[in-house]
Design a protein around this ligand. Structure first.
Ligand code: GAP
Length: 482
């Protein structure tokens, strides 16, 4: 049977070799924590985005989608609290000039200690972080003799808060230009459009507004490939509910979102919930849906009960009334009147979801053939529904009218799903290439096709082959991708 190995470095190299992900500006030696999606990656990413969009908007009658701009009025970020609070405590090593996120520096050191000391160190760090004790954090680093990984010295600056938002100027004349921010989350574009959407869409509470789009954070510790990037994409949905019902909806979305991840092929045992102990000032409940990445359990999606904080803040800063008139319920069943809705948010990183899918899909397999020799392959077992290319159409030879039949099949199928046509190289080599990019089905047209209109279909995951009428191919693939 196949022997499967799963290695993170191999996955990263494979992504580059097969056109999934490239380092940004690689020609100029790259830009740290910024990545480009290649011809395969862009399609996989689009398929994931489309699945999410469909499940959120098309399959929920009470959720609509919008596409808000990346640039927003600067006061949005004052109201949301990002200008004052969206920061991480950092420390610089004076000898190497390397900057560290304090929690990551201490956590890395804790990993080198035995269990009891490590736990004591992390507990103390959490206490100091919770009380914003920056001087205490510096003392903790110094007293534990934590060294810079480059200079190997303990020569540290004070701990300072660094805001994670990128800023730029809007306006043509530098002196008159206003500072604006690249959005660090897509959610605020939804909050500021709450009234527009509710009124024009005649939406009745409970209802949701969904959006996908780029977000930007000046992450100091950017690592683990596309797990933590400076430019990334979020898929967020704000669900507006009656005050007092938020926990009911929080539990609903917690379950619904985990089931959705399972529906795109993520095994249940690779997902778990992690409740937040320390809540953000605006939240009354929050959890992460974590996935077991090749480097450990980490956040994939956040579910947050954000109370009425954001809408109240925007009402305050814009001096506009942001309320909902609820003419349902009563007498005594309550509402019937104006209130500020509460919000339950679901927020998943598209790039993290991509990493989840490829780390599950990548496999190196070895097996013994019937003649006793060993064979091997690298395969991406991406579920057919989201695979970039669904079907490879391969004429066995480049002659005898086989390419013409293959082209005819290609022209029919490409109207319905992504196909790939290839006539170069031996058929075995072509199959391996399709395995490596994750194409679930290959169809071979040979001389028998000319006689009886049958073709050989090869299934990527099992490598089994069968002969079926060519007229059944389209439906077979469509059914598998549904
Ligand atoms: N609106 C809520 C919000 O932005 P978050 O927990 O900061 O919450 C939500 O981010 C999701 O966005 C995370 O669960 C993660 O999947 C993704 N994400 C956050 N920062 C990221 C980064 N630097 N790179 C890639 N994905 C990121």
């Amino acid at each position: 049977m196949a022997n499967e190995i799963n290695n993170f470095q191999e996955i990263i190299s494979h992504c580059k070799e097969y056109g999934y992900i490239f380092q940004s500006s690689e020609l100029y030696d790259g830009l740290s924590a910024v990545y480009d999606y290649g011809q395969m990656g862009a399609q996989l990413k689009k398929n994931l985005r489309d699945e999410w969009w469909k499940s959120m908007t098309q399959l929920h009658d009470n959720i609509v989608g919008i596409d808000a701009a990346i640039f927003m009025h600067p006061t949005v970020w004052k109201a949301s609290g990002h200008v004052d609070n969206f920061s991480d405590p950092m420390i610089d090593n004076k000898d190497s000039n390397k900057r560290y996120r304090v929690d990551h520096l201490i956590e890395a050191h804790a990993e080198t200690l035995e269990k009891t000391s490590a736990e004591a160190l992390i507990t103390e760090m959490d206490r100091l972080l919770a009380s914003d004790d920056l001087a205490g954090l510096k003392t903790l680093i110094e007293s534990n003799k934590i060294k810079c990984s480059i200079s190997k010295t303990c020569n540290w600056t004070d701990v300072r808060q660094f805001n994670l938002m990128f800023s730029t100027q809007i306006g043509s004349v530098a002196e008159e230009a206003d500072t604006i921010y690249l959005r660090p989350e897509t959610a605020q574009g939804i909050f500021v459009n709450f009234l527009n959407v509710q009124k024009t869409g005649r939406m009745k509470i409970p209802f949701g507004i969904a959006q996908t789009g780029k977000a930007f954070r000046n992450e100091i510790v950017a690592r683990q490939f596309i797990f933590r990037m400076r430019e990334f994409e979020q898929m967020e949905m704000q669900f507006f509910v009656r005050p007092g019902t938020q926990m009911e909806w929080y539990n609903f979305w917690k379950e619904t979102r985990k089931k959705w991840h399972e529906s795109i092929g993520i095994p249940s045992e690779k997902l778990r919930y992690h409740d937040h102990v320390k809540l953000a000032h605006y939240a009354d409940a929050a959890l992460d849906i974590e996935f077991e990445f090749p480097f450990g359990w980490k956040e994939l999606e956040g579910i947050h009960s954000r109370t009425d904080f954001d809408l109240t803040q925007h009402a305050k800063y814009s001096k506009k009334k942001i309320q909902y008139f609820d003419n349902d319920l009563n007498s005594e069943g309550k509402p019937y009147g104006n209130y500020t809705p509460f919000v339950v948010e679901t927020s998943v990183g598209l790039d993290r979801l991509f990493l989840t899918v490829i780390s599950l899909a990548y496999a190196e397999e070895k097996w013994n053939k019937e003649d006793g020799t060993e064979d091997s392959r690298v395969v991406m077992k991406i579920p057919a529904k989201i695979a970039p290319i669904k079907l490879a159409i391969l004429p066995l030879l480049k002659k005898d009218g086989l390419p013409e039949i293959a082209t005819e099949l290609m022209n029919e199928c490409k109207q319905h799903f992504h196909c790939f046509y290839e006539e170069k190289d031996a058929i075995g080599k072509r199959y391996r290439r399709m395995d490596a990019i994750g194409t679930p089905f290959c169809v071979t047209i040979d001389h028998q096709t000319k006689e009886d209109n049958t073709v050989t279909i090869r299934y990527r995951d099992t490598m089994t082959q069968e002969r079926i009428p060519m007229s059944e191919i389209k439906n077979l693939v469509q059914k598998a991708c549904w």
